[in-house]
Design a protein around this ligand. Structure first.
Ligand code: AMP
Length: 396
């Protein structure tokens, strides 16, 4: 079955068509600047990337252009839309309502809408994308795959905040966690690679990309993760601060004459390694600047790695042990100095790396020695494939 995977942002839409039998990507691309002007990027398997500028006032025109490109006589990956068997949608926040992926119905959409409060920037865009697809592909089954669902197995002592209990009851304020599709995909792959039952392993997945989070997966279940009510908690990220003392918000607000939303915007968009270094949020730029002696770039890298190692230590404690640590996403898959700096701090766990293996990029690989007490792997993530698999499992 061919699955169209859709990931909608507020002004963008990423898509892939995946043949679920061969798990090959037949075509992929994105729409950018939706609601501003509009640009479609389309790339069929083995073909050239095509870029078309065209007006996209809403996500509906964007989806329509994607479907036209997919069925274009010359370069389309499909002969007709009948070849799309199902659509899988990434949805950021499923609150406590969704503990797994689900087939989309009117009722499900209404429930997703009830979670908008928890992800005001992301969920409305996801819903617009779903509605646009439902309008244009009326008979095609659609599935919602939630970033939060995998973490719904966390125990209460891990997901509650130390604030009055009534805020949980009244407003559902708690840790939810994100990147669940990636943490689930990578931890399952780890079990396959090491040849042990998923239900018997203690794995720590370090999803280190522009957004970054860590997850403790014990016996096939997420038992803790570093992001919280929103993706701001936890690790230091590209432009997000990660954990700070909440008093910092009032302090900055008073000093800079801002309101809470203004400070949160700084913590989300102007902080992290970019805010510390003043150089960039991109680790390639940071590595280059640190190599040329830029002390703040080096400090940003050191702080990032220190925070990752600290969370890994916390999750070893949460699970009372760990069998495998897996690095994934842009930085986790590509940046050897980060993996090395993190693992050097974890020597007490009996971890030893093989330097030459650690110096490779983007490959599925064991980077620890065979006698390392904890095995360390690089496992490239593939959220689109994970969404396609979930979709087929539900409608196939
Ligand atoms: P993601 O959000 O998973 O796409 O990851 C983005 C981050 O990965 C950026 O900080 C990039 O610097 C980093 N990254 C991506 N590709 C590479 C690469 N080839 N080498 C080093 N870092 C990379």
């Amino acid at each position: 079955m061919n699955v169209l995977v859709i990931n909608c942002g507020s002004s963008s839409l990423k898509y892939q068509v995946i043949d679920s039998d061969s798990e090959q990507v037949l075509a992929k691309g994105l729409c950018e600047r939706i609601g501003i002007d509009g640009r479609l990027v389309y790339q069929p398997k083995g073909g050239e990337k095509e870029i078309t500028d065209a007006p996209m006032p809403t996500h509906k025109e964007a989806v329509s252009m994607v479907l036209d490109a997919l069925t274009n006589e010359k370069t389309g990956a499909l002969k007709s839309l009948d070849e799309i068997g199902a659509v899988g949608h990434r949805v950021v926040h499923g609150g406590e309502k969704f503990t797994a992926s689900t087939v989309i119905s009117d009722e499900v959409l209404k429930t997703v809408e009830e979670c908008n409060d928890l992800a005001p920037l992301h969920n409305p865009a996801n819903i617009i994308g779903i509605n646009a697809c439902r309008d244009l592909m009326k008979d095609v089954p659609m599935v919602a795959v939630f970033d939060t669902a995998f973490h719904q197995t966390m125990p209460k002592e891990a997901f509650m905040y130390g604030i009055p209990y009534e805020y949980y009851e009244k407003y559902a304020i708690r840790k939810y966690g994100f990147h669940g599709t990636s943490h689930s995909f990578v931890s399952k792959r780890v079990a396959e690679i090491v040849g042990k039952p998923y239900e018997s392993l203690k794995t720590i997945v370090c999803h280190l990309g522009n957004g970054a989070s860590i997850c403790a997966v014990e016996n096939g279940k997420s038992v803790d993760t570093s992001m919280g009510l929103s993706p701001l908690e936890g690790l230091i990220m590209g432009t997000r601060s990660g954990d700070v003392d909440p008093s910092v918000i009032e302090f900055i607000a008073n000093k800079e004459n801002l309101d809470a939303a203004g400070v949160l915007s700084i913590l989300n968009k102007k902080s992290g390694v970019e805010g510390i270094s003043g150089v960039s949020s991109d680790f390639r730029d940071l590595e280059a600047a640190a190599g040329e002696g830029n002390e703040k770039a080096q400090l940003a890298l050191d702080m990032f790695c220190y925070r990752v190692a600290k969370y890994v230590g916390a999750y070893v404690a949460a699970m009372n042990g760990v069998d495998v640590i897996a690095f994934t996403a842009g930085i986790g898959e590509n940046t050897a100095i980060v993996r090395k700096a993190v693992c050097d701090r974890l020597g007490y766990l009996g971890i030893t790396l093989v330097e030459e293996k650690n110096n490779t990029r983007g490959e599925e690989l064991k980077i620890s020695t065979d006698d390392s007490k904890v095995a360390v792997y690089v496992v490239p993530t593939n959220e689109e494939l994970a969404i396609a698999r979930e979709t087929v499992a539900l409608v196939g």
